[in-house]
Structures are given as C-alpha cells and as structure tokens.
Ligand binder design. Structure first.
Ligand SMILES: [Fe+2]
Length: 269
C-alpha cells in the first residue's frame, strides 16, 4: 500500500495547493490513503468545520494535529464527526483521540499523533506513552503503524526513530514547517525529521515576516498572519508498505507554485 503524508497545511494558500495538486498526484503515484496535518489550516491557527470539509473534499482521508489543535474551539465538536485526531499525550480528559484506526487493502492500520516536549504545551511524556501504545497495538497484531511526531526538537524526533524503528512503519515529523533533507527508510521504517509546510514559502514559517522581525528586533510580539498572496509550495512524503507493515520505499514530492514537481527518493539503509 502507498500512503501520502502532507505536513502542516498553513492557511488558505496551503489549502489551495491541495486543491490544485493532490488528486492528480494521488493518481500519478498510486496513493491509497492520504494523511495531512490540520493544525495551521485555518488562517494559521487551528481548523474550522468549513476548512475541514474543504480539505477532505480535496482528497485527504484523515488529519493529525498538534499544539494548535484547539485554537478554534469548534474543533471540540468536530472530533466526533470527522476523521481528526490530536496528540495522544494530551491529558486523558482532553477532548478527542490520539489514535485513528481503519482497514486499508485488508490490513488494519493505526495512525498516531504524538507531541514532543521542547517548547510545547504541558503534556504527558511522549516516549513512555508511545511505547505502551505501540506494544498494545502489536499485541492486537497490528503491523501498519504510522506516527506523526509533532515536535520542535529534531533530537526528540530522531530519538523516537531509534526507539521504535523496528516496531512501526513510519515516523513523520511535523511542526517546524521547514522541511529537512533526511527522508530515509531505516530498518523498514520511513523517517523524516520534518515534512515541511504546504503554504507560503517566502515568509517566516508560512506567515508574513513583519511580525516575527519586529518580535526579534524589539522583543514585542504580535499576531502572526498568513498573507493573502505569496509564493507557495506543496510538500508530501509518499511511502510504500508491504503486507508486514515494513516500509520498502519512499519519496518526497515538492511543487513550487505551478512549476513541475520535484521528486526525491529516500535513502534506504
Ligand atoms: Fe505545531
């Protein structure tokens, strides 16, 4: 089976890139199931119901979140209706779930959303929690396990890889919005430190640069804003899993504006 994974979709420019390219890419790359991160999809902060329906209509099958999952309060009702998850290591009483399970091509697949520690909201220990969760899934004979590791620190993401590479199918990093050049298949696990944003690539992490620059020059913050017009990028990792849930190949797809797609193969180790 082939899975597509899109990182942080930032605002309308990001959503429109999915509209423009996703269904065509799903056909060209024989993608069976598409995952995307929703946490910045509605003007950079959270997800509205309107934008949720919009993204599902563009071909996304389910969506993961992060530290901005709860920025739009209507998300609390959306968890019950749509295929959305939030980091699993939020406290147990937090609305929503951190695990999505479905059957794909006769295989049970599990998608987990995990949030790191560094600069993140107070959450339970992601490492101890994910070990328990993966053990439980394995005891149910689930072999196709995909993790969105939403974290600032690359060290946390790499540590997770080496903890779980023999037990899970893929670990895809999100949150920093800046793609890293380390897409690999290591011992049958697809890994990248950060998939990178889909949205504006000529600002600061998908936002207008004026407020971040002011913040760094003066120490006075402001509200980050997604520009109406900008230079855009679409970024997606596509990885292939065999019947045992092991990754046998992966590639990164990038499209700048309307330019031809750039496809880079993963390093296989
Ligand atoms: Fe985030």
């Amino acid at each position: 089976m082939k899975i597509g994974f899109i990182g942080d979709i930032v605002g309308k420019p990001g959503r429109l890139m999915l509209k423009k390219h996703l269904k065509r890419l799903q056909q060209e790359h024989f993608i069976d199931f598409t995952i995307a991160n929703y946490e910045n999809a509605s003007h950079g902060f959270g997800l509205t119901e309107k934008n949720c329906i919009e993204l599902l209509g563009y071909g996304v099958d389910m969506m993961t979140g992060g530290n901005h999952s709860f920025d739009k309060k209507e998300i609390l009702d959306l968890f019950e209706i749509y295929p959305l998850i939030r980091p699993i290591n939020y406290p147990q009483s937090t609305p929503g779930k951190g695990l999505f399970q479905t059957t794909l091509l006769s295989k049970e697949i599990a998608i987990l959303n995990l949030m790191g520690y560094y600069t993140m909201p107070m959450v339970d220990n992601p490492f101890t929690m994910i070990i328990q969760e993966v053990e439980r899934l394995k005891s149910e004979h689930i072999k196709h396990i995909i993790i969105d590791m939403h974290a600032e620190a690359s060290s946390e993401k790499q540590a997770l890889l080496h903890m779980l590479k023999e037990d899970v199918s893929a670990i895809l990093g999100t949150h920093t919005h800046v793609a890293t050049d380390d897409l690999s298949v290591i011992d049958g696990c697809c890994y990248v430190t950060d998939v990178g944003l889909t949205g504006c690539h000529d600002g600061v992490i998908g936002m207008k640069s004026d407020v971040p620059i002011k913040r760094f020059l003066t120490g006075i913050g402001g509200h980050f804003d997604v520009p109406d017009t900008c230079k855009v990028i679409f970024q997606m990792v596509v990885f292939e899993l065999n019947d045992e849930g092991r990754c046998i190949g992966a590639e990164k797809i990038k499209i700048y504006d309307d330019k031809p797609k750039i496809v880079t193969q993963a390093w296989i180790d």
